[in-house]
Design a protein around this ligand. Structure first.
Ligand SMILES: O=C1C[C@@](O)(C(=O)O)C[C@@H](O)[C@@H]1O
Length: 252
């Protein structure tokens, strides 16, 4: 599998990296959360969920908060994500507004990794990916289904599409309604881990899917989301616990 190195963290090798989400609404809350995460010593990277931030549409405030985060985070990679309402996020934005926010983050080099949702306008996605790469920002392309788990072939098709568009890492999150759905997500992951030559992040959400959040090293998911405080999706495991389990399941 290809390895993607962002600052001092390698994705696609060794145990899955732990991303801890920040879900604060105000700039102060966001910085406080980052400080708590840093002192927990469990995170390999932080995901800033900017759809929770009540000033996300104010470019100046967005960049100012990103700069403060960088001061708190030292050399730890920052993933910035605007999760749209359509894919389970907090705030509703037009497609144009969504891409405007991506552009601000890229132009100001305000993040190391940017989440980009697959099901947006293709021509725009390609433009944003090119701009991100010119500015040394990595793209995690993503897709979320909060109701169900698509068929394995469809999961594989979506992951392949992400890679074709130029994603550095391809991510898919689904909601399982049966153990078979969980297996299908894991099967798609295992099928694509060598085929795609692109690190993958996959998970089944909710309690039923928890096993997918700890088994990435076996099946080929390079990152798992764990909590310090609030969760950003159902089924996320507390980060101290998560780190212990990942280390227990580690193999050579
Ligand atoms: O894409 C994802 C995955 C996620 O939905 C999860 O299930 O852990 C959590 C989100 O914050 C993140 O952007």
């Amino acid at each position: 599998m290809r390895i993607v190195k962002v600052r001092n963290v390698e994705f696609g090798t060794d145990r899955p990296k732990i991303a801890v989400p920040i879900t604060g609404k105000s700039s102060d809350d966001i910085i406080k959360q980052a400080e708590t995460i840093m002192s927990s010593d469990n995170a390999d990277l932080i995901e800033w969920r900017i759809d929770f931030f009540d000033q996300v549409e104010d470019a100046e405030k967005l960049v100012e908060t990103a700069k403060k985060l960088r001061q708190v985070m030292g050399e730890m990679p920052l993933l910035t994500t605007f999760r749209t309402h359509f894919e389970g996020g907090v705030k509703e934005l037009s497609e144009e507004e969504y891409f405007d926010i991506c552009r601000v983050l890229i132009k100001e080099k305000a993040t190391d990794l940017l989440d980009l949702e697959l099901f947006r306008k293709t021509s725009k996605l390609k433009e944003i990916i090119a701009e991100a790469h010119e500015n040394n920002i990595y793209i995690i392309m993503s897709n979320h289904d909060f109701d169900k788990t698509p068929a394995t072939s469809e999961l594989e098709r979506r992951l392949t599409l992400m890679k074709t568009y130029g994603a550095d890492i391809a991510k898919i999150a689904v909601m399982p309604n049966s153990a078979r759905d969980v297996l299908n997500l894991l099967l798609a992951t295992d099928n694509m881990k060598y085929k795609l030559n692109c690190p993958l992040i996959t998970m089944a959400m909710g309690d039923l899917g928890k096993v997918t959040r700890i088994s990435g090293e076996v099946f080929g998911s390079c990152l798992t989301f764990g909590t310090v405080g609030d969760a950003s999706a159902p089924g996320q495991i507390e980060s101290t616990n998560l780190k212990g389990i990942l280390n227990t399941l580690k193999f050579d």
